[in-house]
Write a protein that binds this ligand. Structure first.
Ligand SMILES: C[S@@+](CC[C@H](N)C(=O)[O-])C[C@H]1O[C@@H](n2cnc3c(N)ncnc32)[C@H](O)[C@@H]1O
Length: 225
């Protein structure tokens, strides 16, 4: 019988402890960092703008920048609601000597106003988000609004877990095609139940957001996917 994993965690800060022992999350992080590193290698010399939506403690981007030759070219804004995760991320930024280039905002990542001045970006990280939307309509709304966050040619890096044997990442790939994104790469974790993708935005970037709130994050940490 198909089952859904319920994690015994009380909040999103505690959920991040799962990275210590959960192969699915460890493998997902490894692929996400591989994609971030790949995206950083491609742009022309000069500034590389990065935004991370619901950034957690920023370990995917910050871990990559810790030994990437383009780290000093990056200007990034990470948006995260949990203050303890932001505090941990800030400490990592300080330890890497990147305080002048990386802003960690303790705020609501669903609001377009929290990205003003940092977009359109060359790299948009949306990891651990798609599985926390209410339904496919909400996923469509978020994908449509990525044209505000993304430059033409921007890389969007995303994850989507599978549950009850349903390959949700296939739905995400289909919708990305419909919203003007080209798939650069897609991998499943070795555990087989987490999709990690990198797409390129081919459309025009929007100067102003279509909506002030461009998605609703409704997931809970005990059922995170
Ligand atoms: C599944 S975790 C993913 C974290 C990180 N992106 C990663 O992949 O490790 C989801 C994150 O979204 C954050 N979050 C939830 N609602 C949010 C909101 N409205 N604005 C900003 N962050 C939010 C949670 O606090 C949590 O850190």
């Amino acid at each position: 019988m198909a089952t859904e994993i319920i994690y015994m965690v009380k909040d999103w800060f505690e959920w991040h402890d799962l990275y210590k022992n959960e192969p699915k999350l460890q493998q997902r992080l490894q692929i996400v960092q591989e994609y971030i590193s790949y995206s950083l290698n491609l742009p022309e010399p000069g500034l590389i703008r990065v935004v991370s939506v619901c950034a957690g403690d920023g370990r995917d981007l910050l871990g990559t920048l810790s030994n990437h030759p383009r780290a000093k070219d990056v200007y990034a804004r990470l948006v995260e609601l949990n203050p303890h995760l932001v505090e941990r991320g800030q400490q990592t930024i300080e330890s890497l000597g990147l305080t002048k280039q990386i802003e960690f905002i303790n705020g609501d990542a669903t609001l377009s106003s929290n990205y003003l001045g940092a977009v359109p970006a060359d790299i948009v990280i949306v990891c651990g988000v798609f599985g926390n939307l209410a339904d496919e309509a909400e996923l469509n709304r978020l994908l449509a609004n990525l044209s505000f966050l993304s430059k033409q040619g921007a890389f969007v890096i995303w994850t989507r877990g599978h549950s009850n044997g349903i390959p949700h990442s296939e739905t995400v790939r289909k919708f990305f095609r419909e919203y003007g994104f080209e798939e650069v790469n897609f991998k499943l974790t070795a555990t087989g139940d987490m999709g990690v993708g990198i797409h390129r935005y081919l459309g025009e970037s929007l100067a102003a957001p279509k909506e002030q709130q461009f998605f609703a994050f409704t997931g809970v940490p005990s059922k995170a996917r």
